[in-house]
Design a protein around this ligand. Sequence first.
Ligand code: TYD
Length: 209
Amino acid sequence: MSGRFIVFEGGEGVGKSTQSRMLAEALRGRGIEVVTTREPGGTRGAEAIRALLLATDGPGFGARAEALLFAAARSDHVETLIRPALARGAWVVCDRYLDSSRAYQGGGSGLEDADILTLHRIGSAGLLPDCTVLLTLDPTEAAARVMQRDAGALDRIGGRAADYHARVAAAFQRFADAEPARFAVMEAEGAPEEVHARVLAAVEHLCAS
Ligand code: TYD
């Protein structure tokens, strides 16, 4: 039997990594093998690409090179970690995935969604999650959480202007509206336990199928 693939998406500071961890623990409590991972990164090669993408020194990359690098990191991640885990029946809980490329390099930086999907087809044979949990949060609250977490040390992409991040948020919402069966959109407002309860309710159907 093949496992299930669950992804957390959303802007900076919405609590994706906390919720990934909490969901993984809850699933393990039910006797499920769970692999937690993140993007960009998750494998040695992809973590090396992550360091290139997020470094704040040097000139960085243009939007197209950036999209190719994210797709290359994802390709390695999917081929060497995600697909093998799913094939042996494990569940994979991933912090960010394809929809981040569509929202940031597409919505934020202006690349065509079709081009990003083409890169994903080439790099990862188009693998999609069974469920994408989109966490939404008021931008002021999200900025406060990021400030608390990183003490203001933003990476190259997180540090982009507010209007860039507003386009990213709008793009995520558009994708969720267009594919309601794949997305579960939920407020990241409130204590982590409250959000976790919403997440569990949203992925419950995957346990039964
Ligand atoms: P991450 O470490 O998850 O940031 P945070 O914890 O602040 O949410 O991701 C690093 C940055 O990379 C983040 O600003 C989003 C960006 N990103 C893209 O632009 N495209 C992508 O495909 C992915 C996976 C991430």
